[in-house]
Design a protein around this ligand. Structure first.
Ligand code: SAH
Length: 221
């Protein structure tokens, strides 16, 4: 699918072997997705040589592309088998979206900054990620018309868990979201069961802020 862009295949192999597998990600589908998506294309050319290093990078508009391991960890927690409908909040560069597009049937992704959304759209088209729909709006409201989803992934920090994400999940569905204050958050997995929700804490993290009606306000960023 991405064979045109294989100059960095060696770097991706090294990334998976040194950053992802040793930290406990074993799902072969997730590892294969991390091996095949050309992460460097999602950052500016001056950063290509750093694209596979163990840290986040700037993508413009004061936003960042997450560290590779965090992308793998969040993706793994969604337990995707290939037939799912996934909602992603925070398209950003589109990197995480491309990973999801390889692992699920359809990806609905929301970004509030139109410049980022259009750049991601163009690149995802070039990479033939045809199962992705991107919408520019406030993602804190979810995407009611397309719900329910098998999985919801939020890639921006939220002060709490907006209830509409739970409402828009199928029973058995998974939500992964960083929850906390502006400086540090707990990566949180929520499973919706027929009796309510189960909540798991996956470790500390630091994301850019979720800005919107049920997140932080513009003035707070
Ligand atoms: N997953 C992205 C990283 C995105 S950073 C990647 O792989 O590159 C978080 C993104 O969330 C930013 O692009 C930011 O603009 C977006 N965001 C913040 N609040 C949002 C909201 N309410 N709705 C949609 N997107 C939002």
């Amino acid at each position: 699918m991405f064979s045109r862009h294989d100059n960095y295949l060696k770097s991706r192999k090294r990334m998976v072997e040194t950053q992802i597998i040793p930290r406990g990600i074993t799902d072969k589908r997730v590892l294969d997705a991390m091996l095949s998506v050309p992460r460097h294309l999602f950052v500016e050319k001056a950063l290509w040589e750093q694209a596979y290093n163990d840290y986040p990078l700037p993508i413009g508009e004061k936003q960042t592309i997450s560290q590779p391991y965090i992308v793998a960890l969040m993706t793994d927690a969604l337990e995707l088998k290939g037939s799912e409908k996934v909602l992603e909040i925070g398209t950003g560069s589109g990197y995480q979206t491309a990973i999801l597009s390889k692992l699920a049937e359809k990806v609905y992704s929301i970004e509030r900054i139109s410049m980022l959304a259009s750049r991601a759209r163009k690149l995802l088209d070039e990479l033939h990620c045809s199962n992705v729909v991107i919408r520019v709006c406030d993602g804190t409201e979810g995407w009611k018309e397309e719900s329910p989803f098998d999985a919801v992934l939020v890639t921006a920090a939220s002060p709490d868990i907006p209830s509409q994400y739970i409402e828009q999940l199928k029973t058995g569905g998974r939500l992964v979201i960083p929850v906390g204050d502006m400086f540090s958050q707990m990566l949180t997995k929520v499973v919706k069961t027929k009796d309510g929700i189960q909540r798991f804490e996956m470790g500390g993290c630091r994301f850019v802020k979720l800005v919107g009606r049920y997140g932080w306000t513009e003035e707070e960023i």
